[in-house]
Design a protein around this ligand. Sequence first.
Ligand code: HEM
Length: 441
Amino acid sequence: MLPQPWQHDVIALHGPEFAKDPHAVYARLREYGALAPVEISPGVGAMLVTDYRAALDLLNDPVTWSKDSREWQKTVPGDSPVLPMLGWRPNMLFNDGETHSRYRRAIVDSLDMVEPHELRSTVVQLADTLIARFAADGTVDLIGQYARVLPLLIFNRLFGMPDSYSDRLVNSLAMMMESDPTHAAEGNAAFESYIGELIGSKKQQRGHDLTSWLMDHPSGLADEEIVHQIVLTMGAGHEPTTNLIGNALARMLSDDRYYSTLSGGALTPRDAIHDVLQNEPPMSNYSAHYPRRDVFFHGTWVRTGQLVLVSYAAANAQFGRQLPGTGGGAYASGGGSHLAWSAGPHSCPAKQPGLLIAMTAIERLTAWLSDIELTVTHDQLAWRQGPFHRALTELPARFTPLTPEQAGATPWDNSLSSSIRPEGISTARTTDSANWGRPTS
Ligand code: HEM
């Protein structure tokens, strides 16, 4: 007989045990059937979909399932750590139907105006700028000094701010991630002021950038709506892109099949990225939904308004076999498909730019620092402890240092000479801290 929720402690999707080996936890959860009860932070419960088919059925059925979290959030303490990821905002992530479509059209149309070759040149230049900052040191934390900073430098440009503003963006978000509430509040204020200046400058003069295209989009978004879509796009784009770069580098630099790639072996950065999307998705559990009525779903009753999350990681691993040499119990799924971008009306609208950024970031790093290697083994890596992301706290590596004066091409040749000097971002806070749409006012 299957275990019933009342026969067990509810399984935690947070804390060190989950962070250490999430696939062991998903295997236990699968014993409940397609959905299982979980705790996503102390005292906050949810149902988690671990079955691939059930996940697709849910994600493609907006008639039964709503993204509107307003009723649910009344049941959660106002200071709950999961609210930055789940609290309602007037953006595309938390709305259904025509409101969602209107916001989404504006973002998708604006993202479509970014030419892939322009985006690639931007990533190349900003990646080289970051690499030039640590290339002479011989050591680096690839999360804090690279994967976490690069997407923000890119967003700063894409949304139309001069490069000299990127340190403000990086530092304000770094402060927002700190567990000290005073610093977090200071960071929030700094981020608000950054967004305020961004909107103000584009109102005065439009440019060739996402903010201007959003302002002029035929959907006629009001200023506040524009602010919320920008904050969402930065939040939704930053964290998973960081994790895709970080998790793929962690694999490449600790697995001989990838390591040999750097000197002409069989597997490429593209393989590492696909491997991560399939086996260690950057967003592991998300797609928060709430049924509009009591529903008997894949063998389990779910009550109106109950929080249901989709485990992309568990669903992908459902038909899996354990991968050799990956550490941490990663799985390969039987088919070629995966849910790392989610599915249905709320699936990621930025798959192509996300892939291009991650691919280019990895290619630049491994091209310049061709003997880079981790200073710890894969199973010594530390992972953040929240329920939503598969995210490294740091990725320490070493390499033969480069100097600007050495013969031949160097990363300094292509890097910016401007004044941007953001410090690396600390990920000392151990829970999920990303923020998919925290308000700026
Ligand atoms: C590179 C790795 C990325 C991954 C793995 C990823 C994954 C996802 C997933 C799983 C969702 C669904 C969330 C949900 O429904 O609850 C999503 C939504 C979203 N993503 Fe991405 N994403 C990535 C990059 C980006 C980038 C670079 C951007 C922005 C430029 C972006 C913008 C968004 C937005 C705005 C949504 C909300 C869509 C909606 O609700 O209609 N993502 N992403």
